[in-house]
Write a protein that binds this ligand. Structure first.
Ligand code: GLV
Length: 378
């Protein structure tokens, strides 16, 4: 791998290594990608206040996230199909996260199953839940997460129907990969990827295959998702999930103050201010522009997490200053995974940690818990 200095280097390395259909799947936003772009642009507009001649020799990046000690104010977001970025991608990402002392969230739409990951790692991880029409299956999935000792359930609340990502249609994105001439040519030019996938435990959705009907012919992931995911999902179902899951619950995908207030009243441990990485409602505000209002309204009642466009330690600092207690990272770690597996994810986390450390020092901040609005300027 060439010299990696920042997340963008990992992105370029992943683009060289991972077949286009899977790289694009992770990269894309929905429709015109306005919200995807806004996530990055609005973060870059938040200016940090440079402070000088403050003794910052001793700096402390650790914190707690939903009461769990974390060495950084970061968690790995649930990302579908990690095992198609690199063979056994979910296991590798979980190991890298745990070695760095931060939570890993396994997606419902993962390639390695809950049980595969639980057997391969040492500590509990979080499990992300999509609620599908087949409630018997969802009940069983929650039970599997409990049996695997997952320490939190992350309920995604912003994907009752799927926002279209044009590239997935153009690329004929399927799992397992479709045997089409264009795909074969692309994969043949990515031998390291192909080898890692061949060696991986599974080639399809580990949590679903053999458990849910219709997995045999996932011709289009988007079509399949729209036919299986439950569009009737409502706040009542959050109560239903809470009844089945006695542990900590995180509600991911809140962008509106009214919704945040309802989320705070559910007894969930945290909410994640998120627009699903710009992959759902195109035209929705950036996550960072929604964050301060939500943190002001409910920050005293429920822990506020953030995701959407984090590509640097300075971005983490911005989100914490505007009211988040921690950030989830998605694409930033997926690039690392695609670039070089576990080592790549570890590199992504280390880059963000180093950048956060330096950004804290240069804003005169010694401890993560001291980050507040005072470090933001015009
Ligand atoms: C699923 O969560 C997706 O965004 O593709």
């Amino acid at each position: 791998m060439s010299t990696i200095t920042c997340i963008e280097d990992l992105r370029l390395a992943a683009r060289r290594r991972v077949p286009r259909a899977f790289f694009d799947y992770a990269e894309a936003g929905s429709y015109g990608q306005e919200t995807l772009r806004a996530n990055r642009e609005d973060l870059a507009r938040v200016k940090l206040r440079q402070r000088v001649l403050v003794d910052v020799a001793e700096r402390e990046l650790s914190t707690t996230i939903i009461g769990e000690p974390a060495r950084l104010p970061l968690a790995l977001a649930p990302i579908g199909l990690c095992g198609m970025q690199h063979g056994d991608g979910e296991i590798l990402a979980c190991r890298a996260a745990q070695a760095a002392g931060i939570p890993f969230t396994l997606s419902t739409m993962s390639i390695c199953s809950i049980e595969d990951v639980a057997q391969a790692v040492e500590r509990p991880f979080w499990f992300q839940l999509y609620v599908m029409r087949d409630r018997g299956f969802i009940r069983a999935l929650i039970e599997r997460a409990a049996a695997a000792r997952c320490s939190a359930l992350v309920l995604t609340v912003d994907l009752q129907v799927l926002g279209q990502r044009h590239c997935d249609i153009r690329n004929g994105m399927t799992v397992p990969p479709q045997i089409k001439l264009a795909n074969i040519i692309d994969m043949a030019s990515k031998p390291a990827w192909a080898l890692s996938i061949l060696r991986g435990k599974r080639k399809t959705f580990g949590n679903l295959a053999g458990h849910v009907r219709g997995m045999e012919d996932v011709t289009s992931l988007a079509q399949w998702t729209n036919s299986q995911f439950d569009p009737t999902l409502s706040w009542k179902d959050v109560e239903w999930v809470r009844g089945l899951w006695p542990g900590k619950l995180i509600l991911k995908g809140i962008l509106d103050v009214e919704d945040a207030k309802i989320a705070a009243s559910t007894g969930a441990s945290a909410l994640v201010v998120s627009n699903h990485g710009g992959r759902q409602l195109d035209g929705a505000p950036s996550s960072i522009s929604a964050l301060p209002k939500i943190a002001d309204a409910v920050g005293a009642e429920i822990e506020v997490m953030f995701d959407g466009g984090i590509r640097s330690g300075a971005d983490v600092l911005r989100a914490l200053a505007l009211g988040a207690r921690s950030c989830m990272i998605g694409r930033s770690y997926v690039y690392g995974l695609g670039a070089s597996g576990e080592e790549g994810v570890a590199t992504a986390i280390a880059i963000l940690a180093r950048e956060l450390d330096v950004a804290m020092a240069l804003t005169g901040i010694k401890r993560v818990r001291d980050i507040d609005l005072g470090i933001i300027t015009q």
